[in-house]
Design a protein around this ligand. Structure first.
Ligand SMILES: Nc1nc2c(c(=O)[nH]1)N[C@H]1C(S)=C(S)[C@@H](COP(=O)(O)O)O[C@H]1N2
Ligand SMILES: [Mo]
Length: 253
């Protein structure tokens, strides 16, 4: 069934859905049922794909005793460089999350400010397309709350995640459409398995978007930027892997 779903259709669907979401009443859009109706109506292709697992559904959450004893690190294991190195040396005391783009109030948030926001904890399974999975516990602020605090504009259709690392010489970045930005399991985690996120796993802050595959879980997030289109970033496909290996922009699972 997924074979007939083109990337173009999915991206177009995501864009039109986000437009509806943001031009509509915020309160209504936060209601799962209403969001479900919006997203079922907006794109026939995606209705096919999501018939069995609606996008509003939560990813499976696990019990603490189901957590993997070993959670391997993958991709960049340390971004290196003078700027990141200094942040590590300072234990990220002067690090700030840059909230920019189509927002009324651009912000630079410290880890203390992120920790002061409502937090979510989730034990979920990470699935890497390279063929391994691990169950881990993640804790952090909800991305939707952060974007709301910044006053995200109705013209925004995606959030881009700017990462500190170069991967194969290119900037690692990722993106989510507005549906996933406001999904309750989309958090910027500063804790993994009850400890601070370590450097190999993306210190000080990494994305967890639990309905998505491993490569979407951007590590070393330095900035979140609200944008109207993905076309101006990287090669325009919404992320490092999407640009360079032709993974789908909509990495829904
Ligand atoms: N910034 C950045 N984020 C990244 C990557 C990366 O190389 N750089 N690799 C991705 C891939 S393919 C996977 S499977 C996960 C690995 O997360 P982990 O190292 O915590 O296991 O991070 C994803 N996020
Ligand atoms: Mo991965």
């Amino acid at each position: 069934m997924t074979g007939i779903i083109t990337r173009r259709a999915l991206v177009a669907g995501a864009a039109s859905g986000a437009g509806l979401l943001l031009s509509g009443c915020d309160k209504l859009a936060e209601n799962e049922t209403f969001r479900g109706i919006l997203y079922q109506a907006d794109d026939a292709h995606r209705v096919l794909q999501t018939a069995l697992t609606p996008r509003s559904a939560l990813a499976t959450e696990f019990r603490p005793d189901q957590m993997s004893p070993i959670f391997r690190a993958n991709g960049t294991l340390n971004p290196g460089g003078a700027v990141y190195g200094q942040h590590v040396a300072e234990k990220f005391a002067n690090w700030r999350l840059d909230v920019s783009g189509l927002v009324n109030t651009p912000m630079k948030l410290s880890l203390a400010q992120l920790r002061a926001m409502p937090q979510r904890t989730q034990i979920t399974r990470h699935d890497c397309v390279e063929g391994w999975s691990a169950i881990g516990k993640w804790h952090g602020a909800m991305l939707g709350d952060i974007m709301k605090a910044a006053g995200i504009k109705s013209s925004a259709r995606y959030v881009i995640f700017h990462c500190a690392d170069l991967y194969n010489g290119k900037n690692y970045y990722e993106s989510l459409d507005m549906f996933d930005v406001f999904h309750p399991q989309t958090i910027l985690a500063w804790q993994m398995n009850d400890a601070l996120v370590t450097v190999p796993h993306g210190a000080p802050l990494r994305l967890r978007a639990e309905r998505h595959l491993g490569y979407k879980q951007a590590k070393y997030v330095m900035g979140v930027e609200a944008v109207a289109t993905l076309g101006n970033h990287g090669l325009g496909q919404g992320g490092y892997w999407e640009d360079n290996v032709d993974y789908d922009t909509y990495a829904g699972i």
